[in-house]
Every structure is written in C-alpha cells, then in structure tokens.
Design a protein around this ligand. Structure first.
Ligand SMILES: [Fe+2]
Length: 187
C-alpha cells in the first residue's frame, strides 16, 4: 500500500488514495476468494467512502471557487460518486453467490478507475497549476482531518458535529452503513 505522509499536499494525498483502491482492485481481479474476497470488498467500500467524503467536503467546493467551469466539473465528479454509491448499495444487499454480485463489483471497479484517472488527468493538474503549494498542503491537512473523522473511525463523531453536519451529500447514508459494517466486523 502507498505510504501516506502528514506532509503530502492534497493532490498527492488523494492520488495515494486512488493507488490504494487500485491495489485492492488488483487483489480482487487476481481472484482472491471466500472470506478474503468479502473482506477486500469491505475494505474497498470503506476506502471509497472515506475518499469520496473528503473530496466532497474539501476538494469540490474549491473547484467551484477557483475555476470558471468549476460547478460543472464538481457536479460531474459528484454525479460519478453517486453512481458508485448506487452500485455499492446494490452490492451490499447481494450475496456473493448471487449471479449479479461479480458483474456489479466489476462495474464498481471500472467506474472508480475511470473516476480516478479522470481526476488525475483533468482535475488535479489544473489545481496544481492554479494554487500555490502552501495552499495545497493546507488542504492536504484538511483532507486528512476529514478522513480521520470519517466512517472508519472506531468512535465516530456524532452526526451533528463538524464536519459531518456539512455533509449532506449522496454518500451520507452509505457512510453510516459502512461504518456499522466496519465496526461490527471489528468487534
Ligand atoms: Fe478521487
């Protein structure tokens, strides 16, 4: 797994998240089976949600502010998150033996891969060109903070405390379920 550092700027941080997802895709595509496959899917779900929540809370509002077409770009990325959310919800309800399980998982991975490449190609370089490194570093800290209080935290913040009170995005419902799944799995 790529090593995260507290000094990473936001674009490095988010790219490492993408790389983590890609490593999980490789494990799944490598044909891991049984409990290990389910565990990898759970891990992927948690990673995706943490990442999406951080992007929606910290990155997309910035896009809207700094680019003339920022609203359009942010809306497009959020739309892609929503599509993945629908698929993850579907996956959550399916038994791994269900005929639809694997095609749904494949679609999740394909969609996420597209989303990650799209951001790395079209969004991140424009932000790097536009903003000073100091600002990108500061945003990296904010993203790390958001991820720390996000669903994988064993003692999640109450929903009415920041930044969750700001998160009314499409991931909100899924976040709770992933957190529950994660904590019940841990205990
Ligand atoms: Fe992303």
């Amino acid at each position: 797994m790529p090593e995260h550092s507290d000094n990473d700027d936001v674009l490095v941080e988010l790219t490492k998240d993408h790389d983590e997802m890609r490593e999980l895709f490789a494990v799944l595509r490598g044909g891991v089976q049984g409990e290990q496959r389910e565990e990898t899917v759970r891990q992927l779900t948690v990673e995706v949600i943490r990442h999406a929540v951080a992007e929606e809370a910290q990155l997309y509002p910035l896009l809207r502010k700094v680019f003339p077409n920022g609203d359009e770009v942010a809306d497009h990325e959020i739309e892609e998150h929503s599509e993945v959310e629908v698929l993850l919800k579907k996956l959550e309800k399916l038994d791994p033996s269900d005929a639809e399980y694997e095609p749904t998982l494949t679609q999740v991975m394909n969609d996420l891969e597209h989303h990650a490449t799209d951001e790395e190609t079209n969004v991140f370089p424009s932000l790097r060109a536009k903003l000073p490194e100091s600002e990108l570093k500061e945003l990296g800290d904010k993203v790390r903070t958001t991820k720390k209080v996000a669903p994988t935290h064993p003692h999640p913040a109450a929903p009415d405390t920041p930044p969750w009170n700001k998160l009314a995005g499409p991931m909100a419902g899924l976040v709770d379920r992933a957190r529950d799944a994660f904590s019940s799995h841990k205990s």
